[in-house]
Design a protein around this ligand. Structure first.
Ligand code: SF4
Length: 372
């Protein structure tokens, strides 16, 4: 059965009687979308995958991360941890090493927690429906719907940023997708147009269409099968849909890393254990400030008693924006120190540094100066 859609006065979707329609608004969105995806197949390792563990890994990695970035990580991760059991018994350090550079490390930590939970509490059986999946740590509305539809053929729409963008533009939906009520609204509308028993196809097609045609900026409207009906396109209001997230002021943090070695060129590093960004990753000796300038007095207090060089020069700086923070990182070289600057620091040979997981800024430093 075809479902036809019309805009009501509040720019929302509404099922209507097909006989009263003009051809401009009468079209079957789902079937056009699926047709497009059949004609434009995508080959990615997780497409058409039915194994919930692999789908879960790919979906978590793809959160806020581009497909091209995820591809090599996905392959490496699945090679290292081919089953949920292997992930459950791995150490956090082993997992972080495979996640190193991908960012948003809480995703990896939550996956580890959930893998252990499924193996220990659910006999290794992945929950097979959206409601049960939603109860797992790190699995939200989108990911639960994606796993349920792709692996268990549950009739549920999975709306990520791509799906929201397409629906809001085609149907001119002016609800705010950054609020719970907004997401619920989009999900309801998607459920109304979801073709029966084709949820997996529909969801995959939405994602592919959003990453190939209806791009966030400069969408390819000339190649779009919906251009004749797309409200945003027809009214030249593409930039208005979907409603943008209110910009938040990023917290600025200045990280001053002192790259300290001993006389044998081993490196002093430690593990971040505080509940803060990069928990579980390793780093050099850090002094954090709220402004760029670092007081010489502070450096003197810390390093003076260890007979190191004072007035160290910045040898590299690096800036990185995270979701809520802007991190400015500066690296300084100091003369060798034989004693640990702090109790939790330990020495690592240069050739062994690659065994540890580091934040991206330190990886950049190591690649440029140590050439691991
Ligand atoms: S016409 Fe343009 S904006 Fe509308 S759905 Fe197609 S690509 Fe997106």
């Amino acid at each position: 059965m075809y479902i036809h859609l019309q805009y009501n006065s509040r720019n929302s979707l509404k099922k209507v009687n097909t006989s009263s329609f003009s051809m401009k608004t009468k079209f079957n969105f789902a079937q056009l979308l699926i047709q497009w995806s059949i004609e434009n197949p995508r080959t990615l390792p997780w497409i058409a995958e039915k194994n919930p563990y692999k789908v879960w890994v790919s979906e978590i990695m793809l959160q806020q991360t581009r497909v091209e970035t995820v591809l090599p990580y996905f392959e490496k991760f699945i090679k290292a941890f081919p089953t949920i059991q292997s992930l459950a018994v791995a150490t956090e350090s082993q997992i972080f090493k495979r996640w190193e550079g991908l960012g948003y490390y809480s995703r990896a930590r939550n996956m580890h927690f959930t893998a252990k939970y499924i193996v220990n509490e659910l006999n290794g059986n992945f929950p097979n429906n959206r409601a049960a999946l939603l109860k797992l740590k790190g699995i939200g509305r989108y990911t639960s719907a994606a796993i349920a539809s792709f692996c268990y053929d549950e009739n549920v729409a999975a709306l990520d940023g791509n799906g929201i963008r397409i629906l809001s533009r085609v149907f001119g939906i002016a609800e705010n997708p950054w609020t719970l009520s907004g997401v619920t609204y989009f999900e309801k509308q998607a459920a109304a147009i979801l073709p029966k028993n084709q949820a997996a196809l529909f969801n995959q097609a939405l994602m592919d269409f959003g990453s190939k045609i209806c791009l966030p900026k400069n969408p390819h409207c000339q190649d779009c099968p919906f251009s004749f009906a797309c409200k945003a396109n027809r009214e030249d209001r593409i930039a208005e849909f979907p409603i943008k997230k209110t910009k938040i002021e990023l917290r600025k943090r200045h990280f001053h890393y002192f790259v300290i070695q001993d006389q044998k060129n081993n490196f002093w590093i430690h593990k971040r254990v505080e509940n803060d960004i990069w928990k579980g990753l390793h780093e050099f000796y850090l002094i954090e400030t709220t402004k760029k300038n670092l007081s010489k007095r502070v450096v003197q207090q810390i390093f003076g008693k260890l007979n190191s060089a004072l007035n160290p020069e910045i040898i590299l700086n690096f800036s990185q924006k995270l979701s809520h923070q802007h991190i400015f990182t500066y690296f300084y070289a100091v003369k060798p120190i034989e004693k640990a600057v702090q109790a939790d620091f330990f020495l690592v040979k240069q050739e062994n540094l690659k065994k540890f997981a580091f934040p991206k800024s330190i990886l950049v430093f190591l690649e440029n100066f140590i050439r691991l």
